[in-house]
Design a protein. Structure first.
Length: 267
């Protein structure tokens, strides 16, 4: 990890030197003046991001954010914000970037810039064992008697509205609310990114939760940054290229997705 950080830091220092020489963009300039990189995340999407018992935000994305801040030579501040409020917060300048399992879509890309993907996932069903037989395909739950819950403002909501138009849709402000609806039998199905469904099925196996074996869709996850700051975009892009080319991004991903030892840190 130390060697990886040293390599990334050297790349970041060179990039920042060029940025200063060319006059840093508005967001990058703000970061440098404050000496702080403010990253928004929902904090409830393990293993990409999650809130530990002690309040720390852990996961692949906080690790990426830490490397970015180290490369910039500034402190890192992770801010928990409900997913539907992340883009408005970025547009308002309350945060410098978003690392929160956000799919790069054309609609979002018309408002903010994206760099990535640093991870690719897809939609999946999270449900209970007693209903899994009817959930082997989407048609099985496209009925008014089925309540489906998703995260408000997410691509999961768009998926349900398009593929399951006859089911009763209930949106929530965070993943925990939607998960609790399934556990409490207030909803038969939760539609979310596959990694979240897989982790939840393991964490709450005693509740009878289960998920599908593979995602239904292709969801490229990227870093959202404000438009109008090409140097910041280039900096983040170079970081991901360096991590990917060195194989360190793969190692980081495997740590969070293949090793479940961190689960004991969650509430």
């Amino acid at each position: 990890m130390k060697k990886m950080l040293a390599l990334v830091v050297s790349v970041m220092v060179l990039t920042l030197a060029l940025a200063v020489a060319a006059d840093a963009g508005p967001v990058l300039d703000r970061i440098q003046k404050k000496g702080e990189l403010v990253v928004g995340t929902s904090g409830d999407q393990p293993p990409l991001n999650a809130t530990a018992k002690d309040g720390r935000i852990i996961g692949l994305e906080p690790d990426l954010a830490s490397i970015m801040s180290s490369g910039m030579g500034v402190k890192l501040k992770m801010v928990r914000i409900p997913f539907p409020e992340l883009l408005p917060a970025l547009l308002a300048g309350k945060i410098d970037m978003i690392l929160s399992g956000m799919t790069m879509t054309p609609q979002r890309n018309m408002k903010v810039a994206f760099v990535g993907p640093y991870y690719v996932t897809g939609k999946a069903f999270l449900t209970k064992m007693e209903t899994i037989a009817s959930l082997k395909n989407a048609d099985g739950i496209d009925k008014p008697e089925y309540t489906v819950t998703t995260l408000k403002g997410s691509t999961s909501q768009q998926y349900v509205e398009k593929v399951l138009p006859h089911a009763k849709l209930v949106t929530t402000n965070n993943y925990d609310e939607a998960l609790d609806m399934v556990i409490q039998d207030k909803a038969q199905v939760m539609v979310a990114d596959y990694h979240f469904c897989a982790v939840s099925a393991v964490r709450y196996k005693e509740k009878g939760l289960t998920t599908v074996t593979a995602p239904f869709t292709y969801e490229p996850i990227g870093v959202a940054v404000p438009a109008g700051d090409p140097l910041l975009v280039n900096l983040v892009q170079n970081l991901l290229i360096t991590l990917s080319g060195s194989g360190d991004l793969k190692k980081m991903t495997e740590r969070w997705f293949n090793d479940g030892s961190w689960l004991k840190e969650l509430p």
